[in-house]
Design a protein around this ligand. Structure first.
Ligand SMILES: *Cc1c(COP(=O)(O)O)cnc(C)c1O
Length: 431
């Protein structure tokens, strides 16, 4: 598969090159040249396939021929070494739990898949890369864990000092080896700005191959389409009219879901569930896309003022507003509504959600008001104990820490403090 840049000012390129570069030279996002739907048999007989078999069939066209089939199978087996259960709450609502990976956030799958692709591309030591990533919390841990020990890949994570949770900080500062954590005196936006400056800095990029492990990278974005197929496998016998509610920040996850639909997955509708960072909710109302500075919420992985993958969704729907609106709805919820939802899910269904999942649940409820026959699956994108303070305060019950989280809490944090872009540059050049 070849990829083109959505800015249309750069040459088309291979999967391998798109993964190594992250962003096209014209700063556009890469997008596959074609999408060939899977045959009906695949979806009819999906019960008979394992998760790995489903994933292999679904992603093969996007990575071929750069990764041989046998290698791809191994990469997928290793990536998907945990479960993706659907839990039904009532006749109309289920949740798809995406938090059973090593860092308990859904980003584990994309990070693990991308890391293994880069590892393969560097198999004869010709493609050393430095992965530079800014995190507001969850991305850092998933990337640190997914890339740990991958030969030829150095990972540098920038995070805002004092603004990520203790658990998140431990997950990204305690691994060592090829993972370095830079603790930035500033906000997430400052971290993001430094990363962007680095990508544009020719003095740096002439010394090293920098790439991104955010969902702009096709190898992190595309494997997320597996989730929607895994949910379908578990639900299609019981429910006809399946819709997905995706708690969205940069819109990578929901865009991957829409790719699954383009591959033929029988899904009726997507719901982009947002916190008060509601650029897309507003866009669907007004047809005006107006990026804004992000505001802080309790579902902080969705505090994004200008979602980077939205442009890919527009591309899928050929930039036709009406088509987009037919296929995607969006709702926005406040922190108070989110807390009430956490309480409601706990008291009605004895289920502990995290704040992001709770926003997804609210999206389901809004949609179901007008579509009472639908079965809405909201994605639980993180384990509730990753947001311990909010969750315990709201449901008034102590939570047990899962083993994945306990195991990092006892380790010592190692980070390098930086304040300016020059600090970052010096660090990268002297590494
Ligand atoms: C990253 C993240 C999201 C948002 O996903 P996007 O692909 O950026 O829309 C939602 N919930 C959690 C817990 C996350 O870490």
């Amino acid at each position: 598969m070849n990829y083109y840049s959505l800015n249309k000012q750069a040459p088309n390129t291979t999967f391998k090159d798109a993964v190594i570069k992250g962003l096209a030279p014209d700063k556009g996002l890469y997008f596959p040249e074609s999408i060939t739907p899977l045959n009906d048999e695949f979806f009819n007989d999906i019960d008979k396939l394992s998760y790995s078999e489903i994933a292999f069939e679904a992603i093969k066209q996007f990575v071929s021929p750069d990764i041989p089939e046998a290698v791809l199978k191994t990469i997928i087996e290793e990536t998907l070494s945990f479960d993706f259960p659907v839990v039904q709450l009532n006749d109309n609502i289920s949740t798809l739990e995406l938090f059973h990976g090593p860092t308990m956030a859904f980003k584990d799958v994309g990070a693990r898949f991308m890391a293994r692709c880069l590892g393969y591309f560097n198999k004869d030591n010709t493609n050393q890369v430095t992965v530079l990533v800014a995190t507001s919390g969850d991305t850092g841990g998933a990337v640190a864990n997914g890339f740990l020990g991958v030969k030829g890949v150095n990972v540098v994570i920038l995070y805002p000092s004092g603004k990520v949770s203790d658990i998140q900080e431990k997950q990204l500062t305690t691994l060592g080896q090829n993972i370095k954590a830079l603790e930035v005196h500033g906000t997430f936006d400052d971290c993001q700005a430094m990363v962007k400056t680095a990508f544009l800095d020719e003095e740096l990029t002439s010394h090293m191959q920098l790439t991104s492990a955010n969902s702009i990278n096709v190898a992190r974005w595309l494997p997320q389409l597996f989730y929607f197929m895994f949910a379908y496998k578990q639900l299609h016998k019981k429910h006809k009219d399946i819709v997905f509610s995706v708690p969205s920040g940069n819109f990578g996850n929901i865009c991957a879901g829409i790719m699954a639909q383009q591959l033929g997955l029988p899904v009726n509708h997507f719901i982009a569930s947002n916190n008060k960072n509601n650029v897309v909710t507003e866009y669907l109302k007004t047809q005006l896309y107006q990026p804004k500075p992000s505001v802080q919420t309790i579902s902080n992985a969705m505090d994004v003022g200008d979602p980077s993958n939205f442009i890919r969704i527009q591309e899928i729907y050929k930039n036709k507003f009406e088509t987009l609106k037919e296929n995607v709805s969006s709702y926005s919820f406040s922190d108070d509504e989110t807390k009430d939802a956490l309480k409601e899910i706990y008291s009605n269904y004895n289920y502990v959600a995290d704040p992001h999942g709770a926003v997804g649940y609210l999206g389901c409820k809004s949609y179901l008001k007008d579509h009472p026959k639908a079965h809405c699956v909201f994605l639980e994108t993180a384990h509730p104990t990753k947001f311990l303070d909010v969750v315990e305060e709201v449901i008034q019950e102590k939570q047990l820490l899962p083993e994945q989280i306990q195991s990092v809490m006892g380790k010592d944090k190692v980070s390098v403090k930086i304040s300016t872009y020059d600090d970052l540059k010096t660090f990268l050049l002297n590494k």
